[in-house]
Design a protein around this ligand. Sequence first.
Ligand SMILES: Cc1cc2nc3c(=O)[nH]c(=O)nc-3n(C[C@H](O)[C@H](O)[C@H](O)COP(=O)(O)OP(=O)(O)OC[C@H]3O[C@@H](n4cnc5c(N)ncnc54)[C@H](O)[C@@H]3O)c2cc1C
Length: 468
Amino acid sequence: MSSQDQLGGATTLRLSNPDVVVVGAGTAGCYAAATVANAGYDVTLIERKSETEAGHIACGDALKGASDFPDAIPKSQLEPAITNTEVDHGRFEIPQEETVLEIPVPGELAVIDRWEYGRRLIEGAEAAGVEIHYDTVVQDVTQNDDGRVTGVTATRRGEPRSYEAEVVIDAAGSLSVLQEYADLDDSTFDTNVTYQHFCSAYREIVHVDEPVEWSDALVFKPTERAAGYLWYFPRTETEINAGLGFQMTEEPMQLVDDLKRDLENRAEFDGAEVEDKLGAALPTRRPYDSAVHPGYVAVGDAAGHVNPTTGGGIAGAAYAGQYAAEAIVDALEDGGPTEAALWEYNERVMDHFGARYAALDVYNILSTAIDVDDLMGLLAAMPGEKLAEALYSGSTDIGLKLKLEALLKSRGHWGTIWNLYKTKRTADALLAHYETYPSSPADLGAWQERRDELMDDVYETTGAEPKY
Ligand SMILES: Cc1cc2nc3c(=O)[nH]c(=O)nc-3n(C[C@H](O)[C@H](O)[C@H](O)COP(=O)(O)OP(=O)(O)OC[C@H]3O[C@@H](n4cnc5c(N)ncnc54)[C@H](O)[C@@H]3O)c2cc1C
Protein backbone atom coordinates (compact mmCIF):
# COMPACT_ATOMS: atom_id res chain seq x y z
CA MET A 1 0.00 0.00 0.00
CA SER A 2 1.21 3.50 -0.75
CA SER A 3 -0.11 7.07 -0.90
CA GLN A 4 1.07 10.31 -2.46
CA ASP A 5 1.44 13.78 -0.93
CA GLN A 6 1.96 17.02 -2.79
CA LEU A 7 4.88 18.80 -1.06
CA GLY A 8 6.06 22.12 -2.46
CA GLY A 9 5.33 21.01 -6.02
CA ALA A 10 7.12 17.62 -5.73
CA THR A 11 5.09 14.50 -5.17
CA THR A 12 6.40 12.35 -2.30
CA LEU A 13 5.50 8.70 -2.45
CA ARG A 14 4.64 7.44 1.03
CA LEU A 15 5.30 3.73 1.21
CA SER A 16 3.39 1.34 3.45
CA ASN A 17 5.11 1.43 6.79
CA PRO A 18 7.40 -1.49 7.52
CA ASP A 19 8.28 -2.26 11.15
CA VAL A 20 11.95 -1.70 10.46
CA VAL A 21 13.80 0.19 7.73
CA VAL A 22 17.43 -0.78 7.08
CA VAL A 23 19.61 1.63 5.09
CA GLY A 24 22.45 -0.08 3.20
CA ALA A 25 22.54 -3.56 1.64
CA GLY A 26 26.12 -4.37 2.74
CA THR A 27 27.10 -7.09 5.21
CA ALA A 28 25.70 -5.36 8.30
CA GLY A 29 22.44 -4.35 6.62
CA CYS A 30 21.77 -7.79 5.12
CA TYR A 31 22.39 -9.67 8.40
CA ALA A 32 20.32 -7.16 10.37
CA ALA A 33 17.44 -7.21 7.88
CA ALA A 34 17.39 -11.01 7.60
CA THR A 35 17.43 -11.45 11.40
CA VAL A 36 14.49 -9.05 11.92
CA ALA A 37 12.54 -10.63 9.03
CA ASN A 38 13.17 -14.14 10.39
CA ALA A 39 11.48 -12.99 13.61
CA GLY A 40 8.32 -12.24 11.61
CA TYR A 41 8.55 -8.45 11.20
CA ASP A 42 8.18 -6.42 7.99
CA VAL A 43 11.54 -5.09 6.87
CA THR A 44 12.42 -2.80 3.97
CA LEU A 45 16.07 -2.59 2.97
CA ILE A 46 17.00 0.60 1.09
CA GLU A 47 20.08 0.60 -1.16
CA ARG A 48 21.35 3.51 -3.24
CA LYS A 49 22.96 1.24 -5.85
CA SER A 50 21.13 -0.48 -8.69
CA GLU A 51 20.16 -4.13 -8.42
CA THR A 52 23.14 -5.02 -10.64
CA GLU A 53 25.71 -2.92 -8.72
CA ALA A 54 24.49 -3.74 -5.19
CA GLY A 55 27.02 -5.82 -3.27
CA HIS A 56 29.94 -4.41 -5.29
CA ILE A 57 31.97 -3.08 -2.38
CA ALA A 58 35.63 -2.05 -2.09
CA CYS A 59 37.36 -4.75 -0.09
CA GLY A 60 40.58 -6.74 0.28
CA ASP A 61 38.41 -9.88 0.03
CA ALA A 62 39.96 -11.52 3.11
CA LEU A 63 37.40 -13.20 5.33
CA LYS A 64 38.10 -14.48 8.82
CA GLY A 65 36.04 -16.92 10.85
CA ALA A 66 33.14 -17.24 8.36
CA SER A 67 32.04 -20.67 9.56
CA ASP A 68 30.94 -19.13 12.87
CA PHE A 69 28.99 -16.25 11.29
CA PRO A 70 25.34 -15.77 12.34
CA ASP A 71 23.02 -18.14 10.52
CA ALA A 72 20.28 -15.63 9.68
CA ILE A 73 21.81 -16.05 6.21
CA PRO A 74 22.71 -19.74 5.75
CA LYS A 75 26.43 -20.38 5.22
CA SER A 76 25.62 -22.70 2.31
CA GLN A 77 24.24 -19.60 0.57
CA LEU A 78 27.61 -17.81 0.86
CA GLU A 79 30.03 -20.69 0.31
CA PRO A 80 30.14 -20.47 -3.51
CA ALA A 81 31.64 -16.96 -3.19
CA ILE A 82 34.65 -18.33 -1.26
CA THR A 83 37.40 -18.77 -3.82
CA ASN A 84 40.50 -19.63 -1.75
CA THR A 85 40.51 -21.64 1.48
CA GLU A 86 44.22 -22.55 1.32
CA VAL A 87 45.37 -19.31 3.00
CA ASP A 88 46.82 -19.92 6.45
CA HIS A 89 49.40 -17.20 7.10
CA GLY A 90 50.41 -13.60 6.60
CA ARG A 91 53.53 -12.83 4.60
CA PHE A 92 55.03 -9.54 5.74
CA GLU A 93 57.52 -8.09 3.31
CA ILE A 94 59.85 -5.61 5.00
CA PRO A 95 62.03 -4.12 2.26
CA GLN A 96 63.88 -1.83 4.71
CA GLU A 97 65.23 -4.95 6.45
CA GLU A 98 65.31 -7.13 3.34
CA THR A 99 63.18 -9.55 5.35
CA VAL A 100 60.06 -11.55 4.73
CA LEU A 101 58.15 -12.63 7.85
CA GLU A 102 55.79 -15.59 7.58
CA ILE A 103 53.27 -15.28 10.40
CA PRO A 104 50.57 -17.92 10.98
CA VAL A 105 47.05 -16.54 11.24
CA PRO A 106 45.05 -18.23 13.99
CA GLY A 107 41.60 -19.54 13.05
CA GLU A 108 39.89 -20.01 9.73
CA LEU A 109 40.79 -17.68 6.88
CA ALA A 110 39.58 -17.41 3.29
CA VAL A 111 39.67 -15.10 0.29
CA ILE A 112 36.38 -14.40 -1.44
CA ASP A 113 34.94 -12.96 -4.62
CA ARG A 114 33.48 -9.96 -2.81
CA TRP A 115 30.92 -8.94 -5.41
CA GLU A 116 29.55 -12.49 -5.61
CA TYR A 117 29.55 -12.59 -1.79
CA GLY A 118 27.65 -9.28 -1.70
CA ARG A 119 25.04 -10.55 -4.15
CA ARG A 120 24.58 -13.74 -2.19
CA LEU A 121 24.13 -11.80 1.07
CA ILE A 122 21.36 -9.79 -0.58
CA GLU A 123 19.71 -12.96 -1.93
CA GLY A 124 19.91 -14.37 1.61
CA ALA A 125 18.12 -11.32 3.01
CA GLU A 126 15.48 -11.58 0.27
CA ALA A 127 14.96 -15.27 1.03
CA ALA A 128 14.30 -14.30 4.67
CA GLY A 129 11.43 -12.09 3.46
CA VAL A 130 13.13 -8.68 3.28
CA GLU A 131 11.77 -6.22 0.68
CA ILE A 132 14.62 -4.46 -1.13
CA HIS A 133 14.35 -1.03 -2.73
CA TYR A 134 17.31 -0.42 -5.05
CA ASP A 135 18.31 2.92 -6.64
CA THR A 136 16.99 4.61 -3.51
CA VAL A 137 19.24 7.19 -1.86
CA VAL A 138 18.41 8.24 1.71
CA GLN A 139 18.39 12.04 1.89
CA ASP A 140 17.19 12.72 5.42
CA VAL A 141 16.20 11.20 8.76
CA THR A 142 12.81 12.11 10.25
CA GLN A 143 12.36 12.60 14.00
CA ASN A 144 9.40 13.46 16.22
CA ASP A 145 9.29 16.31 18.78
CA ASP A 146 11.02 14.09 21.38
CA GLY A 147 13.90 13.41 19.03
CA ARG A 148 12.93 9.80 18.42
CA VAL A 149 13.77 8.67 14.88
CA THR A 150 10.57 7.88 12.97
CA GLY A 151 11.81 7.12 9.46
CA VAL A 152 13.80 8.40 6.49
CA THR A 153 13.17 10.30 3.30
CA ALA A 154 14.85 9.29 0.08
CA THR A 155 14.85 9.74 -3.66
CA ARG A 156 14.46 6.99 -6.21
CA ARG A 157 15.58 8.04 -9.71
CA GLY A 158 14.73 11.65 -8.84
CA GLU A 159 11.36 10.83 -7.22
CA PRO A 160 10.98 11.68 -3.50
CA ARG A 161 9.94 8.85 -1.19
CA SER A 162 9.27 8.66 2.52
CA TYR A 163 9.44 5.71 4.88
CA GLU A 164 8.07 5.50 8.41
CA ALA A 165 9.18 2.74 10.75
CA GLU A 166 9.42 1.76 14.41
CA VAL A 167 13.20 1.56 14.02
CA VAL A 168 15.73 2.72 11.43
CA ILE A 169 18.92 0.65 11.18
CA ASP A 170 21.81 2.70 9.85
CA ALA A 171 23.95 0.24 7.88
CA ALA A 172 25.08 2.88 5.37
CA GLY A 173 28.79 2.19 5.89
CA SER A 174 31.76 4.46 6.61
CA LEU A 175 31.00 8.12 7.28
CA SER A 176 27.26 7.35 7.11
CA VAL A 177 25.34 10.41 5.96
CA LEU A 178 22.42 9.45 8.20
CA GLN A 179 24.45 10.58 11.19
CA GLU A 180 24.84 14.00 9.60
CA TYR A 181 21.11 14.31 9.02
CA ALA A 182 19.90 13.05 12.40
CA ASP A 183 20.03 15.08 15.60
CA LEU A 184 21.48 12.55 18.05
CA ASP A 185 22.60 14.96 20.75
CA ASP A 186 19.93 13.98 23.27
CA SER A 187 21.08 10.39 23.64
CA THR A 188 24.31 8.51 24.38
CA PHE A 189 24.85 7.88 20.64
CA ASP A 190 28.55 8.44 19.92
CA THR A 191 29.02 11.52 17.75
CA ASN A 192 32.74 11.90 18.49
CA VAL A 193 33.75 10.96 14.94
CA THR A 194 36.22 12.79 12.68
CA TYR A 195 37.97 12.01 9.39
CA GLN A 196 41.14 11.23 11.39
CA HIS A 197 39.46 8.02 12.53
CA PHE A 198 39.44 6.64 8.98
CA CYS A 199 41.75 5.08 6.47
CA SER A 200 41.43 5.75 2.76
CA ALA A 201 41.90 2.58 0.71
CA TYR A 202 41.87 1.43 -2.90
CA ARG A 203 42.07 -1.95 -4.59
CA GLU A 204 42.30 -3.55 -8.01
CA ILE A 205 41.46 -7.10 -9.10
CA VAL A 206 44.44 -8.21 -11.15
CA HIS A 207 44.83 -11.28 -13.38
CA VAL A 208 48.27 -12.84 -13.87
CA ASP A 209 49.26 -15.54 -16.39
CA GLU A 210 51.36 -17.70 -14.08
CA PRO A 211 50.23 -18.88 -10.62
CA VAL A 212 51.78 -16.77 -7.83
CA GLU A 213 54.06 -18.59 -5.37
CA TRP A 214 52.27 -17.15 -2.34
CA SER A 215 48.71 -18.32 -3.09
CA ASP A 216 48.45 -19.66 0.50
CA ALA A 217 49.28 -16.28 2.11
CA LEU A 218 47.94 -12.79 2.66
CA VAL A 219 50.84 -10.56 1.60
CA PHE A 220 51.42 -7.24 3.39
CA LYS A 221 54.06 -4.62 2.77
CA PRO A 222 54.54 -1.17 4.30
CA THR A 223 54.22 1.68 1.82
CA GLU A 224 57.20 3.94 1.28
CA ARG A 225 55.63 6.48 3.59
CA ALA A 226 54.55 5.91 7.16
CA ALA A 227 51.10 4.72 8.24
CA GLY A 228 50.25 3.01 4.96
CA TYR A 229 50.42 -0.54 3.71
CA LEU A 230 50.03 -2.48 0.50
CA TRP A 231 48.36 -5.85 0.28
CA TYR A 232 48.21 -8.72 -2.19
CA PHE A 233 45.46 -11.20 -1.38
CA PRO A 234 45.10 -14.23 -3.72
CA ARG A 235 41.48 -14.93 -4.68
CA THR A 236 42.94 -17.78 -6.71
CA GLU A 237 46.48 -18.59 -7.86
CA THR A 238 46.03 -16.18 -10.78
CA GLU A 239 43.44 -13.64 -9.56
CA ILE A 240 44.85 -11.22 -7.00
CA ASN A 241 43.22 -8.48 -4.98
CA ALA A 242 45.97 -5.83 -4.86
CA GLY A 243 45.40 -2.72 -2.78
CA LEU A 244 46.70 -0.16 -0.36
CA GLY A 245 45.52 2.28 2.25
CA PHE A 246 46.72 5.13 4.41
CA GLN A 247 45.57 6.72 7.66
CA MET A 248 43.73 9.97 6.99
CA THR A 249 45.92 11.71 9.56
CA GLU A 250 48.75 11.48 7.01
CA GLU A 251 49.47 13.46 3.87
CA PRO A 252 47.20 11.93 1.21
CA MET A 253 48.86 9.24 -0.93
CA GLN A 254 48.37 8.94 -4.68
CA LEU A 255 46.70 5.57 -4.17
CA VAL A 256 46.34 4.60 -7.83
CA ASP A 257 49.89 5.65 -8.78
CA ASP A 258 51.53 4.18 -5.69
CA LEU A 259 49.85 0.82 -6.31
CA LYS A 260 50.81 0.93 -9.98
CA ARG A 261 54.46 1.57 -9.06
CA ASP A 262 54.59 -1.41 -6.72
CA LEU A 263 52.87 -3.68 -9.25
CA GLU A 264 55.38 -2.64 -11.92
CA ASN A 265 58.27 -3.58 -9.65
CA ARG A 266 57.01 -7.12 -9.00
CA ALA A 267 57.99 -9.74 -11.58
CA GLU A 268 54.90 -11.87 -10.88
CA PHE A 269 52.67 -9.05 -12.23
CA ASP A 270 54.42 -8.81 -15.62
CA GLY A 271 51.74 -8.47 -18.30
CA ALA A 272 48.96 -8.54 -15.68
CA GLU A 273 45.48 -7.31 -16.53
CA VAL A 274 43.36 -5.17 -14.24
CA GLU A 275 39.72 -6.25 -14.18
CA ASP A 276 38.09 -3.99 -11.58
CA LYS A 277 38.99 -0.87 -9.56
CA LEU A 278 37.32 0.49 -6.40
CA GLY A 279 38.22 2.71 -3.46
CA ALA A 280 36.54 3.70 -0.18
CA ALA A 281 37.14 4.86 3.39
CA LEU A 282 37.10 2.45 6.32
CA PRO A 283 37.05 3.20 10.04
CA THR A 284 40.27 2.46 11.93
CA ARG A 285 39.08 3.54 15.36
CA ARG A 286 37.48 2.18 18.52
CA PRO A 287 33.84 1.11 18.18
CA TYR A 288 31.23 3.71 19.01
CA ASP A 289 30.75 4.01 22.78
CA SER A 290 27.04 3.73 22.07
CA ALA A 291 25.38 3.09 18.72
CA VAL A 292 21.77 3.46 19.86
CA HIS A 293 19.29 6.33 19.98
CA PRO A 294 15.51 6.06 20.41
CA GLY A 295 14.23 4.42 17.22
CA TYR A 296 17.70 4.27 15.66
CA VAL A 297 20.68 1.86 15.68
CA ALA A 298 23.97 2.03 13.74
CA VAL A 299 25.77 -1.16 12.70
CA GLY A 300 29.00 -2.21 10.95
CA ASP A 301 31.22 0.52 9.47
CA ALA A 302 28.57 3.09 10.44
CA ALA A 303 29.45 2.33 14.08
CA GLY A 304 33.22 1.69 13.76
CA HIS A 305 33.02 -2.11 13.96
CA VAL A 306 36.31 -2.77 12.16
CA ASN A 307 39.51 -4.28 13.56
CA PRO A 308 41.60 -1.08 13.53
CA THR A 309 44.91 -2.89 13.00
CA THR A 310 43.92 -5.24 10.16
CA GLY A 311 41.06 -3.26 8.56
CA GLY A 312 38.90 -6.41 8.68
CA GLY A 313 35.27 -5.33 9.05
CA ILE A 314 33.10 -8.05 7.48
CA ALA A 315 32.91 -10.16 10.65
CA GLY A 316 32.11 -7.18 12.91
CA ALA A 317 29.43 -6.05 10.46
CA ALA A 318 27.78 -9.50 10.38
CA TYR A 319 27.65 -9.90 14.16
CA ALA A 320 26.63 -6.28 14.79
CA GLY A 321 23.77 -6.78 12.32
CA GLN A 322 22.58 -9.82 14.23
CA TYR A 323 22.94 -8.28 17.71
CA ALA A 324 21.20 -5.05 16.69
CA ALA A 325 18.32 -6.96 15.11
CA GLU A 326 17.85 -9.16 18.17
CA ALA A 327 17.81 -6.14 20.49
CA ILE A 328 15.26 -4.45 18.20
CA VAL A 329 13.00 -7.51 18.17
CA ASP A 330 13.19 -7.69 22.00
CA ALA A 331 12.40 -3.96 22.23
CA LEU A 332 9.46 -4.18 19.81
CA GLU A 333 8.01 -7.01 21.87
CA ASP A 334 8.52 -5.22 25.17
CA GLY A 335 7.54 -1.54 25.28
CA GLY A 336 9.22 -0.09 22.18
CA PRO A 337 12.71 0.89 20.95
CA THR A 338 13.86 3.27 23.68
CA GLU A 339 17.55 3.84 24.23
CA ALA A 340 17.49 1.64 27.36
CA ALA A 341 15.62 -1.14 25.56
CA LEU A 342 18.17 -1.18 22.72
CA TRP A 343 21.15 -1.06 25.09
CA GLU A 344 21.74 -4.84 25.12
CA TYR A 345 23.05 -4.38 21.56
CA ASN A 346 25.93 -2.14 22.76
CA GLU A 347 26.76 -4.65 25.49
CA ARG A 348 26.89 -7.62 23.12
CA VAL A 349 29.13 -5.75 20.67
CA MET A 350 31.56 -4.73 23.43
CA ASP A 351 31.55 -8.21 24.91
CA HIS A 352 32.18 -10.02 21.62
CA PHE A 353 34.69 -7.81 19.78
CA GLY A 354 34.32 -4.13 20.73
CA ALA A 355 36.59 -4.28 23.80
CA ARG A 356 39.28 -6.07 21.79
CA TYR A 357 39.10 -3.56 18.94
CA ALA A 358 39.33 -0.65 21.40
CA ALA A 359 42.53 -2.19 22.85
CA LEU A 360 43.96 -2.77 19.36
CA ASP A 361 43.27 0.88 18.55
CA VAL A 362 46.04 1.73 21.04
CA TYR A 363 48.60 0.21 18.63
CA ASN A 364 47.08 2.22 15.81
CA ILE A 365 47.61 5.34 17.90
CA LEU A 366 51.18 4.25 18.64
CA SER A 367 51.86 3.84 14.91
CA THR A 368 51.14 7.53 14.33
CA ALA A 369 53.91 8.50 16.78
CA ILE A 370 56.58 5.83 16.26
CA ASP A 371 59.44 5.70 13.77
CA VAL A 372 58.17 3.16 11.24
CA ASP A 373 61.62 1.98 10.10
CA ASP A 374 62.46 1.24 13.70
CA LEU A 375 59.21 -0.63 14.18
CA MET A 376 59.80 -2.69 11.01
CA GLY A 377 63.29 -3.55 12.23
CA LEU A 378 61.83 -4.71 15.48
CA LEU A 379 59.05 -6.71 13.81
CA ALA A 380 61.68 -8.50 11.77
CA ALA A 381 63.20 -9.70 15.04
CA MET A 382 60.01 -10.82 16.77
CA PRO A 383 58.56 -14.35 17.03
CA GLY A 384 55.81 -14.59 14.37
CA GLU A 385 53.28 -16.65 16.38
CA LYS A 386 53.27 -14.10 19.16
CA LEU A 387 52.81 -11.20 16.76
CA ALA A 388 49.83 -13.01 15.24
CA GLU A 389 48.32 -13.65 18.66
CA ALA A 390 48.72 -9.99 19.58
CA LEU A 391 47.20 -8.84 16.30
CA TYR A 392 44.00 -10.78 16.81
CA SER A 393 43.50 -10.89 20.58
CA GLY A 394 44.64 -7.37 21.48
CA SER A 395 47.09 -8.85 23.97
CA THR A 396 49.75 -11.55 24.22
CA ASP A 397 52.10 -13.19 26.72
CA ILE A 398 55.64 -13.86 25.61
CA GLY A 399 57.52 -16.60 27.51
CA LEU A 400 60.93 -15.89 29.01
CA LYS A 401 62.89 -17.93 26.44
CA LEU A 402 61.20 -16.16 23.53
CA LYS A 403 61.68 -12.83 25.23
CA LEU A 404 65.43 -13.45 25.54
CA GLU A 405 65.74 -14.67 21.96
CA ALA A 406 63.82 -11.66 20.68
CA LEU A 407 65.90 -9.37 22.84
CA LEU A 408 69.16 -10.65 21.41
CA LYS A 409 67.93 -10.41 17.82
CA SER A 410 66.50 -6.97 18.35
CA ARG A 411 69.57 -5.11 19.58
CA GLY A 412 69.35 -1.54 18.28
CA HIS A 413 65.58 -1.45 18.82
CA TRP A 414 65.46 -1.61 22.59
CA GLY A 415 64.02 1.89 22.90
CA THR A 416 61.13 0.79 20.69
CA ILE A 417 60.68 -2.40 22.71
CA TRP A 418 60.43 -0.41 25.92
CA ASN A 419 57.93 1.88 24.23
CA LEU A 420 55.90 -1.12 23.02
CA TYR A 421 56.01 -2.73 26.44
CA LYS A 422 54.65 0.40 28.12
CA THR A 423 52.05 0.78 25.38
CA LYS A 424 50.93 -2.83 25.87
CA ARG A 425 50.35 -2.11 29.55
CA THR A 426 48.06 0.80 28.68
CA ALA A 427 46.24 -1.37 26.11
CA ASP A 428 45.74 -4.14 28.69
CA ALA A 429 44.35 -1.63 31.22
CA LEU A 430 41.95 -0.34 28.57
CA LEU A 431 40.84 -3.87 27.67
CA ALA A 432 40.11 -4.58 31.34
CA HIS A 433 38.06 -1.38 31.57
CA TYR A 434 36.03 -2.25 28.46
CA GLU A 435 35.19 -5.53 30.17
CA THR A 436 33.25 -3.42 32.68
CA TYR A 437 31.13 -1.73 29.98
CA PRO A 438 27.95 -0.52 31.71
CA SER A 439 24.64 -2.35 31.56
CA SER A 440 22.53 0.81 31.15
CA PRO A 441 22.85 4.21 29.40
CA ALA A 442 22.69 5.97 32.78
CA ASP A 443 26.12 4.59 33.74
CA LEU A 444 27.87 5.38 30.46
CA GLY A 445 29.13 8.84 31.54
CA ALA A 446 31.09 7.54 34.54
CA TRP A 447 32.49 4.66 32.49
CA GLN A 448 33.61 7.09 29.74
CA GLU A 449 35.29 9.34 32.30
CA ARG A 450 37.51 6.50 33.51
CA ARG A 451 38.13 5.36 29.92
CA ASP A 452 39.24 8.86 28.95
CA GLU A 453 41.72 8.85 31.85
CA LEU A 454 43.14 5.59 30.51
CA MET A 455 43.34 7.16 27.03
CA ASP A 456 45.32 10.05 28.52
CA ASP A 457 47.83 7.43 29.70
CA VAL A 458 47.94 6.05 26.16
CA TYR A 459 48.73 9.48 24.66
CA GLU A 460 51.33 10.19 27.34
CA THR A 461 53.02 6.81 26.88
CA THR A 462 53.02 6.80 23.07
CA GLY A 463 53.67 10.53 22.61
CA ALA A 464 50.82 10.55 20.05
CA GLU A 465 48.36 13.39 19.48
CA PRO A 466 44.98 12.70 21.14
CA LYS A 467 42.80 10.81 18.64
CA TYR A 468 39.40 11.35 20.27
C1 LIG B 1 39.60 -1.01 0.26
C2 LIG B 1 39.03 -1.76 1.42
C3 LIG B 1 39.52 -3.04 1.73
C4 LIG B 1 38.94 -3.78 2.78
N1 LIG B 1 39.38 -5.06 2.99
C5 LIG B 1 38.74 -5.86 3.89
C6 LIG B 1 39.07 -7.23 4.01
O1 LIG B 1 39.92 -7.77 3.29
N2 LIG B 1 38.40 -7.98 4.93
C7 LIG B 1 37.41 -7.45 5.72
O2 LIG B 1 36.84 -8.18 6.56
N3 LIG B 1 37.09 -6.15 5.62
C8 LIG B 1 37.70 -5.34 4.71
N4 LIG B 1 37.33 -4.01 4.58
C9 LIG B 1 36.28 -3.48 5.45
C10 LIG B 1 34.93 -4.02 5.02
O3 LIG B 1 34.76 -3.90 3.62
C11 LIG B 1 33.82 -3.23 5.74
O4 LIG B 1 34.11 -3.19 7.12
C12 LIG B 1 32.46 -3.88 5.53
O5 LIG B 1 32.12 -3.91 4.18
C13 LIG B 1 31.41 -3.10 6.31
O6 LIG B 1 30.13 -3.53 5.96
P1 LIG B 1 28.89 -2.55 6.17
O7 LIG B 1 27.71 -3.37 5.82
O8 LIG B 1 28.96 -1.91 7.49
O9 LIG B 1 29.09 -1.37 5.11
P2 LIG B 1 29.19 -1.42 3.52
O10 LIG B 1 29.64 -2.76 3.06
O11 LIG B 1 30.00 -0.24 3.12
O12 LIG B 1 27.68 -1.22 3.03
C14 LIG B 1 27.04 0.03 3.10
C15 LIG B 1 25.93 0.06 2.07
O13 LIG B 1 25.15 1.24 2.28
C16 LIG B 1 24.82 1.82 1.03
N5 LIG B 1 24.54 3.24 1.27
C17 LIG B 1 25.40 4.20 1.72
N6 LIG B 1 24.79 5.39 1.82
C18 LIG B 1 23.51 5.20 1.44
C19 LIG B 1 22.38 6.07 1.32
N7 LIG B 1 22.45 7.38 1.62
N8 LIG B 1 21.21 5.55 0.87
C20 LIG B 1 21.10 4.22 0.56
N9 LIG B 1 22.14 3.36 0.65
C21 LIG B 1 23.33 3.83 1.09
C22 LIG B 1 26.07 1.56 0.19
O14 LIG B 1 25.79 1.66 -1.20
C23 LIG B 1 26.44 0.14 0.63
O15 LIG B 1 25.83 -0.85 -0.16
C24 LIG B 1 37.91 -3.22 3.56
C25 LIG B 1 37.43 -1.92 3.28
C26 LIG B 1 37.98 -1.20 2.23
C27 LIG B 1 37.45 0.17 1.92
